[in-house]
Design a protein. Structure first.
Length: 122
């Protein structure tokens, strides 16, 4: 990535990233993001992340991008997983064990059913 030297370049880069994300979203790409700051790791985020990756690979799931992020401020609800399906709003899940992670993939990412008992924010 080239070095950004001005506010105009930063805004242009941001605009291009949003356009790319919107194109991917309209193409049916789902994003699953796991909070992997020290608070999340201490609460089991590594195991949750591994469960997501293993389940996706084992079940040959397509169109799912898994990423990690830092702390999002819900430390007492870790492990945290955020899901964005296509152009739908972000859903933030808390207390995501490996079992809940697999449910999120099967029920929310694949079928569109939000798992209400684990939702922190929409």
């Amino acid at each position: 990535m080239p070095k950004i030297m001005s506010l105009d370049e930063l805004n242009l880069s941001k605009q291009k990233l949003f356009q790319k994300r919107n194109q991917e979203a309209s193409g049916g790409i789902s994003y699953v993001t796991v909070s992997m700051a020290s608070c999340g790791i201490a609460a089991g985020s590594r195991e949750t992340m591994q469960a997501l990756l293993t389940h996706i690979e084992t079940n040959h799931m397509q169109g799912i991008v898994v990423a990690k992020t830092g702390c999002i401020g819900y430390c007492d609800h870790e492990p945290i997983v955020q899901v964005r399906r296509g152009n739908e709003p972000n859903v933030v899940y808390g207390g995501v064990t490996p079992e809940v992670a697999r449910r999120i993939l099967n029920e929310h990412v694949c079928s569109g059913k939000i798992i209400g008992e684990h939702v922190l924010a929409v």
